[in-house]
Every structure is written in C-alpha cells, then in structure tokens.
Design a protein around this ligand. Structure first.
Ligand SMILES: Cc1cc2nc3c(=O)[nH]c(=O)nc-3n(C[C@H](O)[C@H](O)[C@H](O)COP(=O)(O)OP(=O)(O)OC[C@H]3O[C@@H](n4cnc5c(N)ncnc54)[C@H](O)[C@@H]3O)c2cc1C
Length: 472
C-alpha cells in the first residue's frame, strides 16, 4: 500500500569527511569553472557531480554549442572560458566549420563542439588544478546555522556522507543546494509566468554536410542549416502531419563533425523539471520525438537521406527550473539599457532566448520578435553580469553560478548560456577564495577587490568605476 503524501522520519549517523575550503555542487560549465578556479586560487576543493563526467548540459545533455562569446567586435569572454576555447581550438574540438572569427569578432555565432572532446579537456583542467572530483555523487541535503552553510549531505554508491566546508558554490542548475539550505528561490511553474520548454537533445551520424543542394560550397555552418530547415522544410513537414506535435521552432542540428550532428530540437512543453514523474514522462516523450526528427531529416532534408540517430542524451535538457532570489535580480530593462555595473564579473551579448512556450503560431512569432528585435543587444553591445546575482539574499558562505542565478525570465533566456555559466563559475569561486582569505561574507564582499582579482585572472571587465559594495 502506498500513500503519496505520507511522511516518514528517520535519524541516522553518517561518516564525515575532513573540512574542505570549497565544496562545489554540480560539475557543469559553472561548477567545473568554479572548482578549477577555486583550486587554482589555493582552496582545497571538492567537486560533487551527479553524473560520470564534467560539462553538464554541454556533455551529458548533448547541447553541443557554446552561446556567442563575442559581440561582433571583440571577444567578451576572458579567464577560464577563454582558456577553454583556446584549448578546444588546439585540440580541434570544434565543428569543422568553426573559424577563429566565431570566437573573436562574430555577432551571435554559436560555437559548435564535440561533447566527447569537451569531457576530456575538462577532466584535464580539473586534474591539473588539483580538484578532488567525486562523480556519481548527488548533494541531497544541507546543514545550516543561520545564513551559514556548515556542510552538505552527499549520496553515492558508498552510501551517505557528510561533507563540511568553509564555502560552497551551488552549480546544480536547479539551485538544489540553495533550496536544501532554505535560501529563498523562485520556482518556475509556481513563481514565474513563463515556462521555457525542455528539449532532449540527440546525436546523429550520416549527415552529408557538403550536399550541393545548399550551393556556395554546401552547408557551411549551423545558421545556413537552421534557416532552411526552420523556414521551409519544417513547415512542410508540419503541414504534411509528419510530427505528433506542431512545434515550429527547432534551433537545429549543430555541425560537430564531418558527418555527424547534434540536434537541439523537439520541445517537451510544460515539463515540470522539479517533478520526478514529469521528468520521467518527459524522457519517454523526448525519445519518441527524436525518432520523429530522424525520420524528418531523412525524408525532408537534402543531405540527410542516410542519417542515423545514434543516441539521445541521458538527461533532460532543462532550460529553467529554479533560480535563487539574489541580492539583486538582473531584469529586462537593465538588459535593454545595456547596463554596466561597478561590480560586474562578466559582460555578455546574446539575445534573450525564451523559447516558445507552446505550439501556437502566436508564441512562435513572439519568440522571433524578441530574439531578432528589441531583446537583441546588437553589434558591439553587452550587458554586465553583476556579482550580486550570484549571492542568495543574506547568505554568508554560499554562492550560486550558472543557470540558477538571479535574473528575470527574459534575461535568464540570454545569460543561462554555457559561456556565461563558465564565467559566473569563475567569479563565484574567486569570491569564495576572497571570503576565506578575508572573512568577508558573500553578502558583503568587497567587490572592487573581487573585480581586481578577476582581471588578474584574465577576465574582460571594462567598467571604469569600481565599488566596495555590490549592486542592490
Ligand atoms: C536544450 C537546451 C539547449 C541549449 N542550448 C544552448 C546553446 O546552444 N548554447 C549555450 O551556450 N547554452 C545552451 N543552453 C543553456 C546551457 O546549456 C545551460 O544553461 C548551461 O549548461 C547551464 O550551466 P550550469 O553549469 O548552470 O548547469 P548544467 O549544465 O545543467 O550543469 C549542472 C550540473 O550539476 C549536476 N547536478 C545537478 N544536481 C546535482 C546535485 N544535486 N548534486 C550533484 N550534482 C548535481 C548535473 O549532473 C550537471 O552536471 C541550452 C540548454 C538546454 C537545456
């Protein structure tokens, strides 16, 4: 007999680890950057990651492209993200069409890469920095005293373990640690009016990227493929009743190898990323959609007659689930004003990318208008990412980085990108290192010193004025 709402209380003693300087929960873009940079700054760092690899959505999720890293004039990313791009370039980890201008001076160019190459390179960075990594380990609970985190409870094949530390960075995407600690959070579906849909991404072989149907040397890059599949072929397939849902927006197939592609396509609408049942149903539905997309490419897209679906991702591609209520919330008016901040820890340029929330034509048109129109920062523009969106309000030794930062839904649609997440991760770890060194709490950190430290680490932070205090 089961009762869904029954509560069962239990108490037990569990083994405890020695105290770390920094525990990072989640080893996606934000978490890997946080752990590597924290360790490089001399912190004894432990990284707890639920899956068996680093990279998060970029590897486990098969989201095989970085959001733009330049503003059409210059590279905006610095520090660890720049180092990562350089290492990936050396190792030929990018799609064969990616040229250096994508990185240095191209507006709104997504940078496609091979997820397996990213996994390996991130392993190398983490090992070289001296990060202790525990894969297959999930953070499940928090031990707090006031607004201070004392330790986390982690679970893996060895059972439960208590891990005490001086500082913590939550990079779980879902703000899982912040929520467990009782930090105030916003939950999509409950506290926000828009729910960005999820997508289960997938990998394909047998793509003839050089098909002459596309002229001018063939499919040179993702944008060519995207535009054609989006505007003509997809509409035709929808009109033919090919798909089980009329999803008009498909970001497209990332060109990640000479004959292979990674598909960001097939929305799972209204998925609740914080409900296990909804996630489980979503995986089943996502895999069904991937088969429909394989058949779509074979039937409708020139050069894809021989395409083969190799695998879907083992994890759902969740765009938005839970964000912290930070010391500051970055809002769409800040974005449209291209606001710069004294305490900014990164600058970024990517249109707001809140995908259509349902299959209606109106929603698709709303998305296109935002993406190409007023919510696009344009050539040479950027918006600052202030330190204060990484600090759960009032907390002393807890930061978040990546997808669970504090911004409104529209801005979140821009700065949730992997390239921004890597930069936030570095900033959070640098703040943790400063806090360990000086005793300053997260919620009252000297941000002028933080900006100085990030600049020393190679971050591009063009603000002329600095401030001891964060933006609130
Ligand atoms: C379908 C889709 C398409 C996208 N397209 C692009 C794109 O083209 N370009 C781009 O730049 N961005 C894109 N994004 C956005 C981007 O991938 C994510 O927002 C980004 O990866 C966020 O980084 P993160 O480190 O915050 O979280 P994630 O990448 O989600 O990483 C979080 C990590 O934490 C781990 N974790 C979670 N919970 C726990 C726990 N309790 N304990 C331990 N570990 C835990 C996870 O296993 C994961 O490895 C896309 C996102 C989706 C879903």
């Amino acid at each position: 007999m089961s009762n869904d709402n029954a509560a069962w209380q239990y108490t037990r003693s569990i083994a405890s680890d020695p105290t770390y300087d920094l525990v990072v929960a989640g080893g996606g873009p934000a978490g890997t950057a946080a752990a590597v940079c924290g360790a490089r700054l001399g912190l004894k760092t432990l990284l707890l990651e639920a899956t068996g690899c680093l990279g998060g959505m970029g590897t486990s999720g098969l989201v095989a492209s970085f959001g733009p890293v330049s503003n059409g004039e210059r590279m905006l990313v610095g520090g660890f993200m720049k180092e990562l791009l350089e290492r990936m370039w050396e190792r030929q980890a990018f799609g064969p069409h990616v040229v250096q201008e994508f990185l240095h001076s191209q507006l709104n160019r997504w940078v496609a890469f091979r997820p397996e190459a990213l996994k390996r390179i991130l392993d190398e960075f983490a090992v070289a920095a001296g990060v202790e990594i525990r894969f297959f380990t999930r953070v499940i609970d928090a031990d707090i005293e006031g607004r201070r985190l004392k330790g986390v409870v982690a679970s893996n094949v060895e059972g439960l373990r208590y891990v005490p530390a001086r500082t913590f960075v939550d990079c779980t995407g879902d703000a899982a640690l912040a929520a467990a600690a009782g930090a105030e959070c916003k939950v999509v579906l409950r506290d926000t009016d828009t729910v960005a849909p999820s997508t289960l991404c997938s990998l394909y072989a047998g793509v003839n990227w050089a098909d002459p149907a596309y002229g001018d040397g063939g499919w040179k890059d993702l944008d060519t493929v995207r535009n054609r599949t989006k505007t003509e072929l997809l509409e035709k397939a929808i009109a033919d009743g090919h798909f089980s849902q009329e999803d008009r927006f498909m970001p497209g197939m990332n060109k990640i190898g000479q004959h292979s592609g990674a598909l960001n396509g097939g929305h799972v609408f209204n998925l609740n990323p914080l409900s296990n049942r909804s996630l489980s149903d979503g995986m089943v539905f996502g895999r069904k959609l991937a088969v429909e997309y394989e058949a779509f490419y074979r039937k409708y897209v020139p050069g894809c007659e021989e395409i083969e679906l190799l695998t879907t991702a083992p994890v759902m591609g969740v765009r938005d689930s839970r964000r912290i209520v930070g010391e500051f919330e970055l809002g769409i008016e800040d974005f449209r004003a291209r606001r710069q901040f004294a305490d900014q820890v990164a600058v970024y340029n990517r249109p707001t990318d809140v995908h259509p929330t349902n299959t209606s034509k109106e929603e698709y048109e709303r998305f296109l208008k935002d993406f190409h129109g007023k919510d696009n920062l344009g050539h040479g523009g950027s918006v600052g990412i202030p330190y204060s969106i990484l600090v759960p309000r009032g907390w002393e030794n807890l930061w978040v980085a990546g997808r669970c930062h504090s911004s409104d839904t529209k801005v979140h649609g821009s700065i949730r990108a992997q390239s921004a997440a890597y930069m936030m991760g570095q900033a959070a770890a640098s703040a943790a290192a400063q806090s360990v060194r000086t005793g300053q709490p997260a919620c009252d950190l000297d941000t002028a010193a933080l900006v100085g430290s990030l600049r020393e680490q190679g971050a591009y932070l063009p603000q002329a004025e600095l401030s001891r205090h964060m933006t609130r």
